[in-house]
Design a protein around this ligand. Structure first.
Ligand code: SAH
Length: 213
């Protein structure tokens, strides 16, 4: 596992590309400049690690586009020590960004292979979420609720009710909703019963699936 000045140079360029695409949060851009994304993907794709591309990882899943990760991170406006639930650990790249933003992260993955692999890999390169959970993100994590922020990184056919219920008042749920293409949807909890909804454009994610695998 090597990280070189060449990789650092490529990361700086990627941050510039993301900035031109509309990512202006310096903390998010600094996370992109810092995290060795090439270590999160198969070494045969290493040359592409710092282009704004999605890639296959284990278990037929993908690591999201850097732009998508940066966009979701920027929208959530993560602050230090906020309690964040992530649905869809995958490669752990988004998890690493949340940790660079100093969140307290709980991350759920339904594919056992990915859960195992990423829960070993991330701590090895210095990224330590509060908990890795092998489970079904549709249910959220009631025993640790409420959360300041919930981020879903798979395409959800609908907004799971339990996730809304596990938000603090003032908290935010960011979830791509739809089949095929998804609309990035931000829900802000205004009170116990009221949510404000914002639609933030089209994205493409792998589908959020039910049950563990
Ligand atoms: N943030 C990840 C994105 C991975 S793709 C990254 O940047 O690498 C989406 C991930 O969501 C996949 O790993 C998939 O297995 C997982 N997933 C799909 N349905 C899920 C569910 N119901 N609960 C938890 N994880 C789920």
């Amino acid at each position: 596992m090597r990280d070189t000045t060449k990789h650092q140079g490529l990361r700086n360029q990627l941050a510039t590309v993301l900035n031109k695409k509309g990512i202006v949060d310096e903390k998010v851009l600094n996370a992109v400049r810092k995290i060795p994304r090439h270590l999160f993907i198969d070494s045969s794709f290493e040359d592409h690690a710092y282009q704004d591309k999605a890639f296959p990882i284990a278990a037929n899943q993908t690591i999201s586009h850097p732009y998508t990760v940066a966009f979701q991170s920027q929208v959530l406006e993560i602050k230090e020590d906020e309690k964040v639930l992530e649905i869809g650990t995958g490669s752990g790249y988004q998890t690493a960004v949340l940790l660079e933003l100093k969140a307290e992260v709980y991350t759920i993955e339904r594919q056992h292979e990915l859960f195992k692999r990423t829960s070993l890999f991330l701590p090895k390169i210095g990224y330590k979420p509060k908990r890795f959970i092998f489970g079904d993100g549709y249910k959220g994590l009631p025993e640790q609720a409420p959360f300041d922020k919930i981020i879903v990184t798979a395409g959800a056919p609908f907004i799971p009710k339990p996730l809304l219920g596990q938000l603090k008042v003032g908290g935010k749920l960011l979830i791509p909703v739809g089949e095929g293409t998804q609309i990035m949807t931000l829900l802000i909890r205004k009170s116990l019963k009221e949510f404000e909804k914002h639609e933030l454009g089209d994205f493409k994610f792998v589908p959020m699936l039910k049950k563990k695998n």
